[in-house]
Ligand binder design. Structure first.
Ligand code: ADP
Ligand code: MG
Length: 250
């Protein structure tokens, strides 16, 4: 349950809402307005693509959704107002409710693929050791890496590392899957494979909201909703029939 400034009670099950979100970075006596009065309501089960040129605020938007960065305004994730949480609650929110996929994979280099996924599950849940291994193995199978589960990141291609990152992000059962230019470092073929994995995992999880940011207009075709950002402002929001990642080319 969420109470508006006017005292109206609204149930927001399955919805992520941003209300007048602003993020201003102060650089000496210079201010950068990275997000300007962003208000959005997003349904779970959807793939939302945030499209915009470099510097338009895409990463800032993902970071405030994942509580990696702070902001002014309100963000409500399935009834939880994340802009009112204390430090401990924020850590719990990030660990348990947010799956992150970054441009540069960010796997732990001293852990193999299986251990990378297991570690994320351990931080987010209270499963037994055996259950953790089973779930991590299942997710690596889903992303086509069962055979390579004992490989270290340095023994995997970029696309394979990103598929491990996708397994790691989803295996913790997040409410939000936040993907920042996940194909930015990959060849088109590997990038398409990663996007196909994300689309397939999404279909199994209608309770998850996936937000994928990209500067690539072609990639935005896989979204159910495309939000265009320009200079930190929402320029347009469009619904569309998504195409499958296999059909993309860029
Ligand atoms: P995008 O991901 O679309 O390229 P960003 O969200 O990274 O854009 O950045 C939006 C604007 O905010 C840019 O002008 C960028 O330089 C600025 N910015 C982002 N992060 C910081 C920061 N930590 N400190 C100062 N300025 C920042
Ligand atoms: Mg960025």
């Amino acid at each position: 349950m969420y109470v508006t400034d006017q005292g109206i009670k609204i149930s927001l099950e399955g919805v992520v809402t941003l209300e007048h979100v602003n993020r201003v970075y102060k650089m000496g006596n210079h201010e950068i307005h990275a997000l300007k009065d962003v208000s959005l309501s997003l349904e779970t089960g959807k793939l939302v693509v945030v499209l915009g040129p470099s510097g338009s605020g895409k990463t800032t938007l993902l970071n405030v959704l994942g509580a990696i960065d702070k902001c002014d305004g309100r963000i409500i994730v399935n009834d939880l107002d994340i802009t009112r949480l204390n430090k401990k609650q924020l850590t719990k929110y990030r660990r348990e409710k947010c799956g992150f996929i970054f441009q540069f994979f960010n796997l732990l280099p001293v852990f193999n693929a299986l251990e990378n996924v297991e570690y994320a599950i351990e931080l987010a849940s209270r499963l037994s050791r055996k259950e953790v291994t089973k779930r991590a193995t299942d997710y690596l199978r889903k992303v086509g890496l069962f055979e390579k589960r004992y490989h270290f990141p340095s023994q995997l291609s970029g696309g394979e590392q990103q598929r491990v990152a996708a397994a790691r992000a989803m295996a913790k059962n997040p409410e939000l899957l936040l993907c920042d230019e996940p194909t930015g470092e990959l060849s088109v073929a590997e990038g398409k494979q990663v996007l196909a994995v994300l689309q397939n995992m999404m279909k199994e999880r209608p309770d998850v909201l996936t937000v994928l940011v990209t500067h690539n207009q072609k990639i935005s075709q896989i979204g159910d909703i495309v939000i265009r950002l320009r200079s930190g402002e929402v320029d347009s929001i469009e619904k569309q029939t998504p195409i499958h990642a296999e059909e993309l080319s860029w």
